[in-house]
Design a protein around this ligand. Structure first.
Ligand SMILES: *Cc1c(COP(=O)(O)O)cnc(C)c1O
Length: 499
């Protein structure tokens, strides 16, 4: 009876048609078919990552208009298909462009179920299973951080997780701020490395410090915060009569993948009574590997840590967490006791109503996909995942070193960020001068344009400090094998040799 599904409309399926069981199933089965085809194509190494069109061309191709009268389900199925057709395939094994990539099937299954359950994470009343799950997973994450007690919550992105840390630190040191606002604060100063994520600045801009009171600390030759410069800056703050307040220590910087040295920074924070926050949005996943967790040695000394499972761990967007060593800070800082949501006389333990720990009201369920993935992989599976990503990056570096005439490695990586220039034929016998490197920077942008129009490979690029544009290759997709790294190198050469 549901074989005419294409001609039916939204009123023929649930929830409007209470007898629409068959039609609803028929429609959803077709959607699932589209999704499965997409997954096949994404994992087919011969398929393209994207079919690039300029925005004005894509506007012509797509019909995105909102109609007055609803369209038939057949049209919606076509819309679903074309949406995926023109989308960049971020799980393709030749997509090395971002810190978040890959298409983990368990995580995907989790997202589907999450969407079907469609609940809000503010109270146990409406999300009993998910709240318990969040407690278990966050406790497991704190175990990897070495936090014996503490408190955590999932946040809408690492940038906001960093902001939650700043707010928590401010509440701990100046609890009157909640009531009195800015007049409760002396001039607070934050320290972060020049290579740290821009959200540290953003948090200072929003939380009453001001961007002028973010001191950007120099980094060493491989991008780690210089602790001698940090101490100088702290002393200068004190000499000005201001309050050294918050150090943002990055573990896994966004461009370079450098790890600021936690232990000496923790010593310094202890000496001057400064809150130590670790932004491990990118690097946090290394904690799951016995081999690589030494990069974050001393993490248990932090007061707070940001960690994004949606990056190195490959969980689907969005999945970000913030952890505090001390329990009670989040609630103290953010609790507003809305009487329509967080009634204190409920018939269960209201400490399970976690929604009042954050300034958000509604909170998306980002936990189920991570929990399901972790159940499926176990700690061992995650450890292998992390070790595999490092091994693939290492293979890339070794191969590049075998071809120094074509690939100029900018530095030895600490993590899976591999920074390099591709050298086209005409520049191969030229000395390593400023002029040549400026030319390599221009070539980098041209080569990226060729990648995009060919659709076979995606690697991002950026300038950094004194360096002109260079490529930053990221392996964060479990699908990447040695053959994909070999392809990457050959394809760069094929697309770029004559530039
Ligand atoms: C990605 C990143 C962030 C921001 O995380 P979002 O989830 O994109 O908001 C913060 N810090 C570092 C070091 C990052 O790499």
């Amino acid at each position: 009876m549901a074989d005419n599904i294409e001609t039916l409309g939204h009123e023929d399926i649930y929830p409007i048609n209470k007898d629409g069981k068959e039609q609803t199933r028929a429609f959803l089965m077709k959607v699932v078919e589209i999704l499965l085809e997409y997954i096949d194509e994404e994992n087919d190494r011969k398929s393209k990552i994207l079919d690039f069109k300029m925005p004005e061309e894509l506007e012509q191709i797509l019909d995105l208009d909102i109609p007055q009268k609803g369209l038939p389900l057949g049209q919606l199925l076509k819309d679903c298909r074309s949406t995926l057709k023109w989308q960049v395939k971020t799980g393709h094994p030749h997509y090395f462009n971002q810190l978040s990539s890959g298409l983990d099937i368990l995580s995907l299954a989790g997202e589907w179920l999450t969407s079907a359950a469609n609940t809000n994470m503010f109270t146990y009343e409406i999300a009993p299973v998910f709240i318990l799950m969040e407690n278990v997973v966050l406790k497991e994450m704190r175990k990897f951080l070495g936090f014996v007690h503490g408190d955590s919550i999932l946040a809408p992105g690492g940038s906001l997780a960093n902001m939650y840390a700043l707010m928590g630190a401010r509440h701990k040191m100046f609890p009157n701020y909640k009531k009195l606002g800015l007049k409760a604060l002396p001039q607070l100063v934050m320290y972060t490395s020049i290579d740290s994520h821009y959200s540290a600045m953003g948090a200072a801009a929003s939380c009453g410090l001001g961007t002028d009171n973010v001191i950007q600390i120099d980094v060493d030759e491989i991008g780690r915060m210089r602790v001698d410069k940090l101490e100088e800056a702290v002393l200068a703050t004190k000499a000005r009569g201001q309050v050294p307040f918050f150090v943002n220590c990055t573990c896994g910087t966004t461009v370079v993948g450098a790890f600021d040295p936690i232990i000496p920074i923790a010593e310094l924070c202890q000496k001057y009574g400064i809150w130590l926050h670790i932004d491990a949005a990118w690097g946090g996943g290394v904690l799951l590997s016995k081999k690589h967790r030494r990069l974050m040695e001393g993490v248990e000394r932090a007061n707070s840590v940001t960690w994004n499972p949606h990056k190195l761990m490959g969980t689907h967007l969005q999945c970000s967490s913030i952890h505090f060593k001390q329990d009670g800070i989040l609630l103290g800082c953010n609790q507003m006791c809305a009487e329509y949501l967080f009634q204190q006389d409920k018939h269960y333990d209201v400490s399970f109503d976690t929604g009042d720990k954050v300034p958000q009201c509604g909170r998306r369920n980002d936990i189920f996909k991570l929990w399901l993935m972790w159940r499926g992989k176990g700690n061992e599976g995650f450890e292998q995942h992390i070790d595999h990503l490092f091994a693939m990056s290492d293979y890339l570096v070794q191969r590049m070193k075998e071809m120094p005439e074509k690939f100029h490695l900018i530095q030895e990586p600490e993590m899976v960020n591999v920074l390099f220039w591709y050298i086209p034929e005409r520049l191969r016998d030229q000395p390593d001068t400023k002029e040549r490197n400026a030319e390599l920077g221009r070539i980098t942008a041209q080569l990226k344009a060729r990648m995009m129009t060919t659709g076979s490979l995606m690697i991002t690029y950026q300038p950094l400090r004194h360096l002109p544009n260079f490529f930053r290759n990221i392996v964060s997709n479990a699908a990447v094998k040695k053959e994909d790294i070999d392809f990457l190198l050959a394809e760069l050469d094929r697309l770029g040799h004559d530039l």
